[in-house]
Ligand binder design. Structure first.
Ligand code: ADP
Ligand code: ADP
Length: 237
């Protein structure tokens, strides 16, 4: 469903972050990207949703070439991709429910307080998702009253509300303790299976990657140095 061919990235500073990336991701596959800091993991994820413009190569999602899109067509293609960030990126003073809804509808600020409503089907779906990620008891809590693991669960529910086919996950466990990290990875893994979602998860913890991914891609200095099943990974990347 996602294909990268000959993808490279050189930043304006002259740093080469990616070279000759060839990668094909089938529907429903959970891929963990591993490699040392500076290997190009974030750059690769950001090239897929075009937060970063690749310097070379092509990226296609469900047959549609992303590298050629702009404006409204790019925004539409991005809706097929759910982003889950390391820093959770929640709006602290909004409730859990409003944070989940804001992913789909955009933050409406004054107009939200003026109208005080969201479309009923979106609210119902947001409630189902919050139940699924284990937060139905906390829908009215402010985001800044949550633990790190709970915040990440809100981020996951928000990403799923737009019904994506691909999840892009950047260091989901970077600020979590080991037990919570495993719970979050297990949740992402289960949701991908339930919804036939493909995922690219940028993760520095190799043991977690091996436990929860279908496939591991190792990057070093912007190049793919390993691509295979988790149990085939032996040498240091
Ligand atoms: P990782 O996620 O594996 O730590 P990154 O994709 O963040 O790797 O970085 C890959 C390389 O690109 C590094 O050499 C980094 O310094 C460089 N880089 C990343 N972002 C930028 C940027 N915005 N401008 C210039 N260089 C960058
Ligand atoms: P990570 O390693 O987790 O990807 P970094 O701390 O390397 O994150 O980068 C944080 C931010 O700084 C990112 O937005 C990245 O694009 C940017 N960045 C990283 N390296 C450089 C660089 N050499 N020049 C400019 N920006 C950079």
């Amino acid at each position: 469903m996602l294909t990268l061919s000959g993808v490279g990235k050189r930043y304006p500073t002259g740093d080469r972050a990616l070279s000759d990336i060839e990668l094909s991701l089938p529907k429903g596959q959970v891929l963990a990207l591993i490699g040392p800091s500076g290997a190009g993991k974030s750059t690769l994820i950001r090239c897929v949703n075009r937060l970063v413009e690749p310097s070379e190569g092509r990226i296609a999602l469900e047959g549609c070439e992303l590298t050629r899109l702009s404006g409204a067509k790019l925004r539409q293609a991005r809706r097929a991709m759910g982003m889950i960030f390391q820093e959770y990126a929640l709006v602290d003073r909004l409730s859990v429910m409003e944070n989940v809804l804001s992913g789909q509808l955009g933050y409406v600020g004054f107009w939200r307080s003026f109208l005080r409503r969201y479309p009923a089907p979106a609210v119902a779906e947001a409630f189902r998702l919050l139940e699924r990620v284990g937060l139905s008891h906390a829908i009215d809590k402010r985001a800044d009253a949550l633990s790190g693991g709970q915040r990440q669960r809100v981020g996951i529910a928000r990403a799923l509300l737009q019904n994506p086919r691909l999840l892009l996950v950047d260091e989901p466990t970077a600020s979590l303790d080991p037990k919570t990290s495993r719970q979050i990875m297990r949740l992402i893994r289960e949701l991908c299976a339930e919804r036939e979602l493909a995922a690219i998860i940028n993760i520095h913890d190799v043991a977690l990657a091996q436990q929860f991914a279908d496939r591991i891609v190792g990057l070093r200095a912007g190049r793919i140095v390993f691509d295979g099943k988790p149990q085939a990974l032996t040498a240091e990347i």
